[in-house]
Design a binder for this molecule. Sequence first.
Ligand code: UDP
Ligand code: MG
Length: 296
Amino acid sequence: MLSVIIPAFNEEKTIPAAADTISSILKEAGIDAELLFVDDGSRDSTWATILARAEKNPMVHGIHFSRNFGKEAAVFAGLSEAKGDCAVVIDCDLQHPPGKIVEMYRLWEQGYEIVEGVKADRGTETFMRRFAAKSFYAMISAAVGIDMSRASDFKLLDRKAVNVLINMPEKNAFFRALSSWIGFKTTAVEYEVQDRIAGESKWSTKALIRYAISNIAEFSAAPLLAIVFFGCLFILLALITGIIAIRTEGDWLSLKMLVCLSSGILMIGLGAAGYYIARIYDEIKGRPRFIISERI
Ligand code: UDP
Ligand code: MG
């Protein structure tokens, strides 16, 4: 059986179409499947819509979070609830073409353990967003050691891979990168990013920036090394200015500048180190990644 995991946050408008389209495509292809909607603490009638669909369509299942925990948590909740021999994660807004699930499933039948959906293009995104995404993926690719520039959350995982992921103790997991990092026999299917069928993107710029920083810290300590590098640079600079100051009378303006600059970098350093400590604290508290309040 195939489990289709569909994270949904304030998606009352897209759930009926998502449920109908995905289930009819899979029925037509003769694939035994369950549709598992993960309502990520929506504030609209998403949960009621899922309940109504589940009544009509026996393939539809759902879990409801006690509050919004974020898409990553929703994906991991879906993976831990999935009963299938393989699972596919797909967005509720049908930006990931559901027809590709069949293609992924056939590859899984041929023995592939992970089938990644890779974006043929990034759809209709603004220039700034594209640029930010590009820089983020360059950093995260370097940190994970795998090219992630076209990676997405749209992918199929074999039961083995699902079990590995749900048994990882880390709370701040970044699904897209972690599912590449675990390895396994992998192949890819290209897809064109579609337009959202209804509603709007749930990501504000602020949320995206927070998401990017947290995921970089998740995979890399490079920011801390960058500070070490700056520290060395400053010691060198201090030596040079010291020598110059002995030969001339000393230049107060450049001295002030250097003091400001170095204390700025010190503060960045403290902040960056503090951020990692905060994340360690978050992890050792061991709070659950999500809380399920209802299921169907
Ligand atoms: N989503 C979620 N929790 C959140 C934000 C988003 O479960 O806190 C879901 C959302 O319902 C959708 C998917 O994640 O199914 C992708 O979100 P969205 O379409 O808003 O992101 P975009 O496609 O703009 O990157
Ligand atoms: Mg979307």
